[in-house]
Design a protein around this ligand. Structure first.
Ligand code: IVH
Length: 703
């Protein structure tokens, strides 16, 4: 996504629309990376998307979406392994990109903790290992479970596999370990082992791995632990969580203890007293990067004192007391052979650069993302150009610039097609609320576009949709090519449609047999009753993903009253009562409501839905219980707080599910007023907002 507009220039409506787009893009990228081990965008681009998302949320805190990427880590566990719930969430890390940003990070820490200039603040530095994280539960010193990160809350149980790693002891040695503890660290594969594995895979005619990280992930997540045993994996322990007793006062001493208990810890870990020390550590680790036997992609800094870590707590998905300093991305130059257009599920036309294969940081690269036509225009990139590409981590690289733009025989500037390459329908750029053109071009063909139909069907049957076993991408493509599947409604009439088309019984098709045909029909039958939120998510309506679907489900309860409201809003338009019923749901904005209304206005969608509802029953949803006394409340802090810094208080409120606002309005639920409160206090009194003292607030926050 090109960042053409400054965050400070965005209107509220633009910010809302962009947050929705960012949520979707980041969710897709997360899924590709964490769940499918097949990253789609570069780490650098991913970090940029997240940074942009956070910057917009910072300016418009009221627009933070319930499905905001800042509130979530990774993707849900994939099937095949038992689920394993972490005792405390497995977090992610925020990034700094320069020494200046590192300085700001440290300054922020000092402010948050209320430290004076002379007060010491020690911080550790260690390599950021490019592998996959693993959480090891030790009960009475014995390894009882190993779990991957998954979505941060629930991962996959890979205990049998983890037991095969030499770096992971089955029993903790020495003494002093807590009765129960989750030890966290990174699983990785060394360069030599990665190359040897790829050679073996290639000789056996199997697919090779793109890089050591994917090889490590693929090797650990084997359903047969004997395969993991045959793959040499390493593990560095870098942290812990949910210890039943505290066992050290600082990160440094805790890591030393992990080493004494028999875990492998990284020898480059060291403690520093100031920013200059950390900068030195960063440079030292970077200079050693090439000689290390394993991949690292940056340096992680952590506040040393654990009581400080506790006070700093976390912000959305990451601890406030740690940060990653990534190494710059690797670059190379190659020729752009052509620009191809791909059409996605929602009809977005995405230009992709096909490159003459080139090695970037040890990986052969032949595709790069070009995002959209604005980006192509900005780069003025044309087929035949030599381009500089950048690859960070192990993902699809980006085109940075054209290096031979002044050569004589250059072709014409690239023009994006105004027709969809898949179905020939007009491909247009939509206007946003401010009358500006969206950067993306969309096919207007809807379900008549085979790319969209196919992608929508794929989404409909996917794990997050109806999750029909045995009906995946391959089968959807097959049934569509035979003309028996043109929309979701056909799934439930598959047998009849096959018969009506004069085709043989499914059990006689290539790739099917008696058993698989029967299983497929049974799996379809099993989905004749579907939970509300799954059903809505499966429809694949723009801006209505998993989280919004859940919000609608919990808010309306039953499908019929929800859909009646959508239809009324479609008829009566924006601003109508029905429209307000949709947008007044906390976390639902105009983008989702607008997309629903657009969907409901299309006749072919209504017909499809009617047909579908003849075949399936949508189960009503239950409403959820509130989780803390302040969840969902809007709180304003003013005046001086004495027992914690203002930042700390705000952070606590947010972690309890409250919204923190900077100004008092009729929507404010509580004003927490310390000494020195002025105009906000008066305004709150005038508006009859409940006013809390710092102690009242601490009671409420359970502190
Ligand atoms: S600390 C609560 N230390 O980086 C702190 N993480 O972007 C969370 N990682 O998923 C992690 N090396 O798997 C930490 N020395 C290190 C690390 C490290 C690699 C990974 C970790 C996490 C990701 C965060």
């Amino acid at each position: 996504m090109p960042q053409t507009r400054r965050v400070s220039e965005l209107s509220e409506a633009e910010a809302q629309a962009e947050l929705a787009r960012l949520a979707e893009r980041i969710a897709n990228a997360d899924e590709a990376y964490y769940r499918d081990d097949a990253p789609e965008i570069s780490d650098a681009e991913y970090d940029q998307l997240r940074a942009r998302n956070e910057a917009i949320e910072k300016r418009f805190p009221d627009l933070v979406r319930p499905d905001s990427p800042s509130l979530r880590v990774g993707a849900p566990a994939r099937s095949g392994f038992a689920k394993a719930e972490h005792a405390a969430p497995m977090l992610s890390l925020d990034n700094v990109f320069s020494e200046d940003e590192l300085g700001e990070f440290v300054a922020r820490l000092r402010r948050f903790l209320g430290l004076d200039d002379g007060d010491e603040l020690a911080i550790t530095a260690e390599p950021k290992i490019d592998g996959l994280s693993l959480s090891l539960t030790y009960d009475a010193g014995r390894l009882v479970r190993a779990a991957t990160r998954g979505d941060g809350r629930i991962g996959e149980d890979v205990t049998a596999n983890a037991r095969t790693l030499a770096d992971i002891p089955n029993n903790l040695g020495a003494t002093g370990w807590p009765g129960r503890i989750e030890i966290r660290g990174e699983v990785f594969m060394s360069h030599d082992d990665f190359e040897a594995l790829n050679r073996r895979e290639a000789e056996a005619g199997r697919k090779t791995f793109a890089n050591p990280r994917n090889a490590a992930a693929g090797s650990l997540r084997q359903l047969d632990a004997e395969i993991t045993r045959a793959r040499p994996l390493g593990f560095f322990a870098y942290g812990w969580a949910a210890a039943s007793e505290s066992f050290a006062p600082t990160q440094t001493e805790a890591i030393r203890a992990l080493g004494e208990w028999g875990l492998r810890t990284n020898p480059l870990f060291a403690r520093h007293d100031d920013v200059a020390g950390l900068v030195g550590a960063y440079r030292r680790i970077e200079s050693k990067r090439a000689e290390l036997a394993y991949d690292i992609d940056g340096v992680v800094y952590k506040v040393d004192r654990l009581d400080y870590q506790e006070r700093l707590g976390m912000v959305s998905r990451a601890p406030r007391w740690a940060v990653a300093h990534k190494f710059p991305a690797e670059k190379a130059t190659t020729q752009l052979e052509q620009i191809e257009i791909q059409v996605g599920r929602t009809g977005t036309l995405t230009p992709v650069a096909r490159l003459k294969p080139v090695t970037v940081g040890g990986v052969v690269v032949s595709n790069a993302t070009l995002h959209n036509e604005d980006e192509i225009a900005r780069l003025d990139v044309r087929p035949g150009d030599r381009v500089r590409v950048q690859r960070a981590g192990d993902v699809i690289p980006q085109v940075l610039e054209v290096v031979d733009a002044d050569r004589a025989d250059r072709g014409a500037p690239f023009a994006m097609p105004d027709e969809c390459p898949e179905c020939g329908s007009a491909a247009v750029r939509e206007f946003n609320d401010k009358g500006e053109l969206d950067a993306r071009r969309r096919c207007t063909g809807g379900l008549i576009c085979p790319a969209q139909r196919q992608e929508r069907l794929k989404h409909f049957v996917s794990r997050k949709g109806l999750d029909i076993e045995g009906l995946g991408e391959r089968q959807v493509a097959l049934f569509a090519s035979k003309g028996v599947l043109s929309g979701p409604q056909d799934i439930f009439r598959l047998r009849e449609r096959i018969e009506a088309a004069g085709l043989p019984d499914l059990s006689q098709w290539d790739g099917f047999g008696e058993l698989s045909a029967r299983n497929l029909y049974q799996a379809i039958e099993a989905r004749r009753s579907v939970p509300f939120e799954r059903f809505l998510n499966a429809l694949g309506i723009r801006h209505v993903g998993e989280v919004s679907s859940g919000l609608f489900a919990r808010s309306f309860g039953d499908w019929q009253s929800f859909w009646n409201t959508v239809e009324c809003a479609a008829e009566a338009g924006e601003g109508s009562e029905a429209w307000q019923d949709l947008t007044s749901i906390d976390g639902i904005g105009a983008a989702a409501a607008g997309a629903l209304v657009d969907f409901a206005r299309e006749r072919h969608n209504r017909e499809m839905l009617d047909d579908l509802l003849d075949a399936v029953t949508v189960e009503p949803a239950e409403s959820v219980a509130r989780s803390s006394p302040v969840s969902g409340k809007t709180i304003v802090f003013t005046g001086t707080l004495e027992k914690m810094t203002r930042d700390e208080a705000k952070a606590r409120a947010v972690s309890l599910g409250a919204k923190v606002s900077g100004s008092v309005s009729a929507r404010t639920d509580y004003l927490v007023a310390g000494p020195g409160a002025g105009s906000k206090l008066r305004k709150a009194e005038a508006l009859d907002v409940e006013i809390l003292s710092e102690d009242d607030w601490l009671d409420l926050a359970g502190a």
